[in-house]
Design a protein around this ligand. Structure first.
Ligand SMILES: Nc1ncnc2c1ncn2[C@@H]1O[C@H](COP(=O)(O)OP(=O)(O)OP(=O)(O)O)[C@@H](O)[C@H]1O
Ligand SMILES: O=c1ccn([C@@H]2O[C@H](COP(=O)(O)O)[C@@H](O)[C@H]2O)c(=O)[nH]1
Length: 238
């Protein structure tokens, strides 16, 4: 069997994808399918650092957050990612994968704080590290957290596992004529205002020369094909 294309990756898992067909929250079957994909990769010996989004929970509370102070709402969003991270780590435990959750905001009774050398040690030990609470700062996103933690962990690539199968000329959920890029430069993605990731995340990855692969988390076998270096999704590069 051929070898994985990467030794260490930063996997950004869509929070919104976790709700499956439910209106919000965590769909059991969906998280189990995601974890099965992750477990397959972890068992190959690929070091996995994961950042999880919060759209599945935050979308549920968003109507109540209307008119709120932005920073307060953002802290609520970050807390949503902590819940997802705990659920993800627990689902991994069920399939025999050891995961450690590290939070960017201090809630030490619940999860350990993010400490870079400790996270690196866990990865070297073969544990999956789930980074919760994004960057720990309001006005950012978990995509930027993925770019940040990917850089800090010296990952070879950021894998954005989302609800669409790559980067399109426009949002494919809104424009039926949008076409898929097989690759695109960071500068082009930023200049064209492609909203699949925020510009801060693109800019940080560009400056760190950290490529991004955007692919579908719902497409069976897509994560494994990406890990094996096969043609899947869109590569965003310098
Ligand atoms: N040019 C584009 N190409 C592809 N997707 C795009 C584009 N523009 C906008 N999108 C939208 O971006 C979404 C993915 O990004 P988004 O950050 O919203 O979600 P996520 O990362 O999957 O979820 P979460 O934020 O909960 O983790 C896609 O579902 C798609 O509808
Ligand atoms: O560094 C961060 C990361 C996230 N947030 C807030 O959390 C929600 C959920 O994250 P998604 O990236 O949208 O999944 C986000 O909308 C922000 O409100 C943050 O403030 N800082």
């Amino acid at each position: 069997m051929s070898k994985p294309a990467y030794k260490r990756v930063l996997l950004k898992l869509s929070g919104e994808a976790l709700m499956g067909d439910d209106p919000y929250g965590i769909n059991r079957g969906t998280i189990e399918r995601m974890v099965a994909d992750v477990a397959e990769v972890a068992k190959l010996g690929v070091e996995l650092a994961i950042v999880i989004g919060g759209g599945n929970i935050f979308r549920g509370v968003a109507p109540g957050a209307q008119g709120m102070d932005r920073a307060t709402a953002d802290y609520m969003g970050m807390l949503a990612t902590v819940m997802n991270a705990l659920a993800l780590a627990d689902a991994m435990r069920h399939v025999g994968i050891t995961a450690r959750v590290m939070s960017a905001i201090g809630i030490e009774q619940v999860v350990e704080p993010y400490v870079r050398p400790k996270a690196l040690q866990y990865l070297e030990e073969g544990k999956v590290v789930v980074f919760a609470a994004g960057t720990g700062n309001p006005f950012f996103t978990t995509d930027t957290a993925a770019a940040l933690r990917g850089s800090e962990m010296s990952a070879e690539i950021v894998l954005k596992a989302t609800k669409v199968d790559g980067v399109y000329t426009a949002d494919p959920k809104k424009d039926a004529n949008a076409t898929l890029y097989s690759s695109i430069t960071f500068d082009e993605a930023i200049a064209k205002h492609l909203q699949v990731m925020d510009a801060t995340a693109f800019a940080l990855c560009r400056d760190q020369k950290l490529p991004i692969k955007v692919f579908s988390i719902t497409k069976p076998g897509a994560l494994m094909r990406v890990i094996m270096g096969e043609d899947e999704g869109t590569l965003v590069h310098v």
